[in-house]
Design a protein around this ligand. Structure first.
Ligand SMILES: [Mn+2]
Length: 310
């Protein structure tokens, strides 16, 4: 295990699982850890900003297959500067990518696990009871089970960088409830009303094999998308496509079909039942979005057409 005298940098995902991993990193490596947020699509940029380190940890961030070469090059530079790299993830990786990254002399742990934070806990802090509890929260949240009392409130807290930092520090201290959490809980109660409204307004379609797809445009809303997806699944929809931004969204499945191939086609990835999809805007999209913010770009419509073929 690395000491705490050098620069220890952790890149964690911008969600509750990532925040939990950050909190466990804080407990394992101490106060000196600098925690930054990143994601599969921004990992290459995040790596470019790293000037020097003794240890670099990456947790809950998958290697986007289309960015693999750039990411590997940047990691090679970091490795050559003498920095140890530990990468822990629970998403689906292409075998060739695992090989490429391993060849850099990186400690790469890619295993099936309900959350990356619990995988990280099992490998790095198996005897720490607080880390165990943090890992349980991550498992509960990342599987969208949300059965623990405060998981959804933590999800609200994991949404902005500022709140996520507060969440990491409190969890790392072994503090699981405070006024901040109470505030997130109240926000959540407000958002549940929006979720109910949006789930009743979802656009739906049937696929070739008879599956039901619900589509929701969440671009103007700030709510927990996975919660909305779950609600729509309870209402009988097998696949939920949520548009989070003008250039992409997330597909949520109920297990009746593997959504990863479609996510890979659309420059995304993740899990078979929850994966990101991304696309570029064309000229017409750009013009239309200036006039009408709710305009659904061609890329999103193409994804809906592809879903209909399933
Ligand atoms: Mn995760």
């Amino acid at each position: 295990m690395a000491g705490t005298d050098g620069r220890i940098i952790f890149l964690v995902h911008t969600d509750l699982d990532g925040a939990c991993a950050g909190a466990i990193a804080r407990r394992v490596f101490g106060e000196n850890v600098r925690i930054y947020f990143s994601g599969p699509r921004t990992l290459a940029d995040s790596l470019a900003k790293i000037k020097g380190c003794q240890t670099l940890g990456i947790v809950d961030i998958a290697l986007n297959h289309s960015d693999a070469d750039v990411v590997v090059e940047r990691l090679r530079r970091i490795r050559e500067s003498g920095c140890e790299v530990l990468w822990v993830d629970h998403h689906e990786w292409a075998d060739a990518d695992i090989k490429k990254v391993s060849q850099l002399g990186i400690k790469l742990i890619v295993e099936k696990s309900p959350s990356a934070a619990s995988l990280f806990y099992r490998h790095l802090a198996p005897n720490d009871l607080i880390s165990k509890k943090i890992a349980e929260i991550a498992d509960d949240g990342d599987t969208n089970t949300n059965s623990l009392e405060l998981t959804l409130a933590y999800k609200v807290g994991a949404r902005t960088n500022a709140d996520r930092k507060k969440l990491i520090e409190m969890l790392a201290r072994g503090e699981f409830y405070n006024e901040e959490v109470e505030k997130w809980k109240r926000t959540l109660e407000e958002e549940e009303k929006t979720i109910n409204k949006l789930s009743s307004e979802a656009r739906t379609l049937k696929t070739a094999s008879g599956l039901s797809v619900a589509f929701v445009d969440l671009r103007r809303y700030r709510i927990i998308g996975s919660l909305l997806a779950k609600k729509l699944q309870m209402a009988g929809h097998n696949i939920v496509f949520i548009l989070y931004s003008d250039t992409g969204g997330v597909l949520y499945g109920d297990g009746s079909v593997d959504l990863l191939p479609l996510a890979l086609k659309y420059n995304g990835g993740g899990h078979r039942n929850a994966c990101g999809v991304n696309y570029r805007l064309n000229l017409i999209d750009r013009l239309m979005l200036k006039i009408y913010r709710r305009y659904v770009p061609a890329g999103a419509r193409r994804i809906l057409l592809d879903l209909a073929k399933l």
